[in-house]
Design a protein around this ligand. Structure first.
Ligand code: ACM
Length: 698
């Protein structure tokens, strides 16, 4: 789809104003508006602003060191995107190509609901970015960078007037560093990505059964015995918080309790409900260890711990977890049972509510606002708490009806491996929330994508988050009627490229991992075939990967296999599926599409043979062979059916059924490598097309 079509359809769907749809420099070289998230209001004008070595920026209005750093970072990013060397550093005042004007400072500690709006005016003569405070400037600079494109006369940004502000004030990304530790560099890369797409909350899931990842100076044994040495020092935490603040991002720490706490209990069994001894958990799942909600020792410990962490993390919000307590240690402990009886507590849910209430009091005592997973929503909890809904939109809606603020994460779990389109369709005010009153809807603050890290290492984490996270960022920032999928994918692909200029590794990691799988003796031809295979496949979805694992995965299982190297969403397969749909819609008459589909099927049909010798030499390739064979065989089935149909011999209903069954069996075969054939529905569709009598004959 051309930029004109995709932009025009976005305009129709999102009712943006479009004054002139014109090419910017030449009719042959229109500059696309690759902005993601889509701004609230865009008006295009004629012409473009050239970006060359004479480009300068200057500040008019409010100044602060954070703005100066943002200006320097902007020029660095512009240099990376264009390769142009900008000789002049940020000028303070006076005429410049881009004038940046903030009215005043933002809050010293970034707050929920601060004004993040900005206005960006670009004409062939120059550009002006205005915002009431620094936050809007940070967002507007990213929009400007997204607009930079190569045109027939060099780099340029299209003339445009943008008025922009977010739909939701809470637009977060959660990263679980408990199950797999993520070094500071990986966190910073992802903060850069968040800034690029205007996300403003980094939710740092710091403690888990598998690791306690933050330095406590009051209780140093927590990290000493609970982290294998993989934790953030307090200096590192402060450095990350500063880095995030520079990018308009709040940092909300999570200390998950009373469950998900094995790593705490290794060194502090005195606050546990069981008798221990405890060891760092190495497997994945829900486990029995839980804090003792009936012991005053627990609350004394948490009072001191929360006091320390409340000082370390300046954000107003403090996440106390609260998810997935199985209650087994509580049931097995006679003292806890006696406490329940004497306090007339009937169920473990009520016992957890008692614990949550006590912890919420401590958080409030230390001047923070508690936030927790939706399990903490029980009758009587104070109205100040914020509910993070992970079990469905229903809990978010119910919370809002009861007067609680909430954020949505159900539908935004990146580890499930869903497509960007599927995440994009999830709206915090959609489904049951649509029936809320305007006042209740105000209580829904936004959402957070979640990167749970069972299968995530520092090497591949960027690829598990990006670019799909940009689609979620758009859902949380842009007007609700921005729903055109073709436009979304065009802009997602453009942003994905730009993210690598910023230093993210969500694409580049793959070349290194495939090189490792192939070994240093692999030929270019083998690497090329392996790349084609990796780009066609996806890892198994939802939590089905465990089901086909040869042995139970643990935190020591190497993440070095093809399943770890494929992208969660195959762009090759997505485009193939779009082509297959269009081909079916044309009743096989579109010969250009036919050629494109055939070429792809022929390539896939031949892949397995091209990888045979590699599979002899590399155990990691051999392990992927069931998937490689399945792909080649599945492509062959579709290709033969199409060829026969074009020759006037469509599949009979019996043949159609048996070939369809064969495709489904091949999908199961791919699971042997924990991989999936994402083009399978498109192949089934091609079989449908090939079995419609007369559909493919002229
Ligand atoms: C969760 O996924 N247990 C919050």
């Amino acid at each position: 789809m051309t930029w004109i079509k995709s932009f025009a359809s976005a305009v129709l769907l999102a009712s943006f104003e479009l004054f002139t749809v014109v090419s910017v420099t030449h009719a042959q070289s229109p500059i696309p508006l690759n902005v993601m998230p889509l701004p609230a209001k865009v008006q295009r004008a004629e012409g473009a602003l050239k970006i060359d070595a004479s480009f300068t920026i200057a500040f008019a209005g409010y100044r602060e060191p954070r703005l100066d750093r943002a200006g320097q970072r902007f020029l660095r990013e512009l240099h990376r995107q264009t390769g142009i060397v900008f000789f002049s550093p940020a000028k303070s005042t006076g005429p410049a190509t881009l004038t940046i004007a903030a009215d005043h400072q933002s809050k010293p500690v970034q707050e929920l609901g601060e004004d993040e709006s900005y206005t960006l005016d670009i004409s062939p003569a120059g550009a002006r970015l205005h915002a009431t405070n620094t936050l809007g400037i940070l967002h507007g600079l990213q929009t400007f960078l997204q607009l930079v494109a190569i045109a027939s006369e060099g780099f340029a940004v299209p003339a445009v007037h943008i008025e922009d502000q977010p739909r939701f004030p809470w637009r977060g990304l959660m990263i679980d560093v408990g199950r797999h530790f993520e070094p500071v560099e990986a966190i910073k890369r992802n903060l850069d990505g968040m800034e690029a797409v205007k996300m403003n909350v980094f939710h740092w899931h710091l403690t888990e059964n598998q690791g306690f990842r933050v330095e406590s100076r009051k209780f140093p044994k927590l990290q000493e015995f609970g982290s294998d040495g993989l934790y953030y020092t307090q200096d590192e935490i402060r450095d990350v918080i500063d880095y995030a603040r520079d990018r308009g991002i709040r940092v909300v720490p999570e200390f998950d309790m009373p469950g998900h706490t094995t790593a705490w209990l290794v060194s502090h069994p005195e606050i546990a409900s069981g008798s221990g001894p405890y060891a760092i958990e190495r497997k994945w799942g829900v486990f029995d260890p839980a804090m003792d909600p009936t012991s005053e020792k627990t609350y004394k410990f948490l009072d001191d711990f929360i006091a320390e962490m409340a000082k370390l993390f300046p954000d107003q919000f403090f996440h106390i977890g609260g998810d997935e307590v199985n209650g087994k240690e509580w049931d097995a402990n006679p003292k806890i049972q006696a406490f329940k009886r004497s306090h007339k507590i009937k169920t473990n849910a009520e016992l957890q509510a008692y614990f949550s209430g006590r912890v919420q009091d401590l958080v409030t005592k230390h001047k923070k606002t508690p936030i927790g997973w939706d399990e903490i929503l029980v009758p009587g909890v104070p109205k100040t708490i914020v509910i993070q809904s992970w079990r469905g939109l229903d809990s978010l809606t119910a919370a809002a009806r009861m007067g609680y603020r909430g954020i949505l994460s159900s539908g935004y779990y990146l580890d499930l491996g869903w497509s960007a389109a599927r995440h994009y369709a999830v709206d915090p005010l959609g489904g049951p929330a649509a029936s809320l009153s305007p006042g209740e809807q105000q209580l829904i603050l936004g959402g957070e994508s979640c990167m749970w890290s069972e299968y995530v290492s520092a090497e591949n984490i960027d690829s598990r988050i990006w670019p799909r996270n940009a689609a979620i960022a758009e859902r949380l920032w842009s007007p609700a009627d921005a729903t055109d999928l073709a436009s979304m994918y065009d802009r997602l692909n453009a942003e994905s490229e730009r993210l690598e200029w910023l230093g993210l590794t969500h694409r580049s990691f793959q070349r290194l991992m495939l090189q490792r799988i192939a070994g240093s003796g692999a030929s270019l031809e083998e690497l090329s075939a392996l790349t084609d295979l990796a780009r066609a496949l996806e890892h198994q979805k939802d939590y089905t990967r465990e089901e086909s694992a040869a042995s139970e995965p643990t935190s020591f299982t190497p993440l070095n296999r093809l399943v770890d190297a494929v992208y969660p969403e195959s762009e090759v397969s997505r485009q193939f599926s779009v082509a297959a749909d269009q081909y079916a819609a044309s009743s096989c008459r579109d010969s250009a599409l036919a050629a494109q589909i055939r070429a792809q099927l022929i390539e896939w049909t031949g892949l397995d043979a091209r990888l045979q010798s590699l599979a002899q030499r590399s155990q990691l390739m051999k392990e992927a062979s069931p998937a490689s064979a399945a792909l080649s065989q599945a492509a062959k089935i579709a290709l033969e059916a199409l060829d026969e149909a074009v020759k006037g011999a469509p599949l009979s209903p019996e043949q159609r059924k048996s070939q369809s069954d064969a495709l489904n069996a091949l999908e199961k075969q791919a699971h042997g490598s924990q991989l999936t054939l994402p083009m399978l529905p498109a192949l089934q569709k091609l079989l449908d097309t090939a079995s419609a009598v007369g559909a493919c004959t002229r």
